[in-house]
Design a protein around this ligand. Structure first.
Ligand SMILES: Cc1cc2nc3c(=O)[nH]c(=O)nc-3n(C[C@H](O)[C@H](O)[C@H](O)COP(=O)(O)OP(=O)(O)OC[C@H]3O[C@@H](n4cnc5c(N)ncnc54)[C@H](O)[C@@H]3O)c2cc1C
Length: 341
C-alpha cells in the first residue's frame, strides 16, 4: 500500500499536537514537521498554558465547547497517569474575579472544568475591589515541557522534524502529498490571510513558589498562573502590534496590577520577560483546500488562528484536522497518487 507523505508546517502547539494525532490515528502515512522555529522559541512557549477558553466570535459556541471538552478530557487522562510530570500537565485551582457582576455568570465551559461555583463572601474578602467571583479547578500545561513531550511522542511514532522556512506551500508539492498548515501568525504571509492579525502579549515568568492558586481578572488582562517551574504574571493585549521586544512600561504595569491582587508577589524573584504574538482571527480556520497552479493540484488542510486560547482547544482541533487529512488520503487513493488528483 502507498504511504501518504504528509508535511505539517509549524512546530508550535498546533503543529506538534496535530502531527502526533495524525501519526497515532492514520497508519498508512509518514509525517514530517517543518518549521523555522521550535521550542523554546515559538509563541506556544510564551503562553501560560491555562485551560480557560478564549471566545472566537465567529465560531459556533457548541463547536468551541466540544473542542474544549475533548482537550480537557485528553489532558485529564495524561494528568492522571505517570506521564504527567514529563508532559508538564497538572491541575490548578483558583479564582476568576470581576469588578462588575458579568452578564453571563455561568460561562459555556463551566461544566467542563471541575467544581465550578460562585465564590463565597468569605472568599471575596481577599479581593475588596471586586464584586463577584467564580472558583474552579482546571488543567495547566507547562508549555516548553509539553512541546518537548509532543515532539518525543511524534518521533516514537516514526515522525520526523525539519528546520526550514517555507515561503510558499508549492515548495512542498514535489516531496509531499498533503500539506497541513499549522503556521499560526505565519499564515498572515504564507496564505496572505488578511483576516489574521497579532494580539501582542507580554508576560513575566517569576519565582514565587508559595503561590498555589490562580487568580484571573475577568477582563482577561491581569492574571497570576502558578505552574511547575514558575508563576506567569500577565499581561497585555495589543492588537496589530508585531513588536516582539519586551517593553519595560508593560512589565511595570503587569507587576503592579498583579501585586495589587496578590501583595506577596512583591517578594517574587528571578523575573523574566517574554513576549508572544497571539495568532488572531474572528474564527479559527479548520478547512480543506485544493490549491491549483496550472494543471497541478496541492491538497492543504488548514489548522490555524487559535488566538489567545490554543492550549484550551488544541486536541479538539487536532482531531478535526486529522479527520480532514484522512479524507484527503481517501481522495488520493480514489484518484491515484501519481495523477495527484
Ligand atoms: C502571552 C500569551 C499567553 C497565552 N496564554 C494562553 C493560555 O493560558 N491558554 C491558552 O489556551 N492559550 C494561551 N495563549 C495562546 C496560545 O499561545 C496560542 O493560541 C498558541 O500557542 C498558538 O499555537 P500555534 O502552534 O498556532 O502557533 P506558534 O506557537 O506560533 O507556532 C507556529 C509555528 O509555525 C512556524 N512557522 C510560521 N511560519 C512559517 C514559515 N513560513 N515557514 C516555516 N515555519 C513557519 C513557526 O516557526 C512555529 O513553529 C497565550 C498566548 C500568549 C502570547
Amino acid at each position: 500500500m502507498v504511504k501518504a507523505k504528509i508535511a505539517i508546517v509549524g512546530a508550535g502547539l498546533i503543529g506538534l499536537s496535530t502531527a502526533v494525532c495524525v501519526s497515532e490515528s492514520i497508519s498508512n502515512c509518514s509525517v514530517t514537521v517543518i518549521a523555522d522555529r521550535f521550542t523554546p522559541n515559538t509563541t506556544s512557549d510564551v503562553a501560560a498554558g491555562m485551560l480557560i477558553p478564549h471566545v472566537y466570535p465567529d465560531t459556533p459556541v457548541h463547536q468551541q465547547k466540544q473542542w474544549f471538552r475533548e482537550t480537557f478530557d485528553h489532558l485529564s487522562v495524561i494528568c492522571n497517569s505517570s506521564e504527567a510530570p514529563e508532559a508538564g500537565i497538572h491541575l490548578v485551582s483558583g479564582w476568576q474575579i470581576f469588578k462588575m457582576i458579568p452578564d453571563e455568570k455561568i460561562p459555556f465551559w463551566s461544566d467542563v472544568v471541575l467544581g465550578f461555583r460562585s465564590m463565597t463572601p468569605e472568599e471575596m474578602k481577599k479581593f475588596p475591589q471586586h464584586q463577584f467571583g467564580q472558583a474552579f479547578t482546571t488543567l495547566k500545561c507547562d508549555c516548553p515541557t509539553y512541546l518537548l513531550w509532543l515532539e518525543k511522542r511524534l518521533k516514537e511514532q516514526g515522525g520526523q522534524v525539519q528546520a526550514r522556512k517555507i515561503e510558499n506551500f508549492w515548495e512542498l508539492h514535489k516531496d509531499y502529498d498533503i500539506v497541513v498548515n499549522c503556521s499560526g501568525i505565519g499564515s498572515n504571509k504564507l496564505v496572505s490571510d488578511q483576516g489574521m492579525y497579532p494580539i501582542r502579549g507580554q508576560v513575566l515568568k517569576v519565582h514565587a513558589p508559595w503561590i498555589s492558586h490562580f487568580i484571573r481578572d475577568g477582563d482577561g488582562l491581569t492574571y497570576i498562573y502558578p505552574g511547575i517551574h514558575n508563576v506567569t504574571l500577565g499581561g497585555t493585549r495589543q492588537k496589530d502590534d508585531w513588536n516582539l521586544s519586551p517593553d519595560p512600561s508593560d512589565s511595570k504595569s503587569i507587576f503592579e496590577r498583579c501585586c495589587a491582587l496578590e501583595p506577596s508577589l512583591q517578594r517574587a524573584q528571578d523575573i523574566k520577560v517574554r513576549v508572544g504574538l497571539r495568532p488572531f482571527r474572528s474564527a479559527m480556520r479548520l478547512q480543506k483546500e485544493i490549491m491549483a497552479r496550472g494543471s497541478e493540484k496541492l491538497l492543504v488542510v488548514h489548522n490555524y488562528g487559535h488566538g489567545g486560547g490554543g492550549f484550551s482547544v488544541h486536541q479538539g482541533t487536532a482531531k478535526e484536522a486529522t479527520q480532514m487529512v484522512q479524507e484527503c488520503i481517501t481522495m488520493l487513493e480514489t484518484t491515484g497518487y501519481k495523477a495527484k488528483l
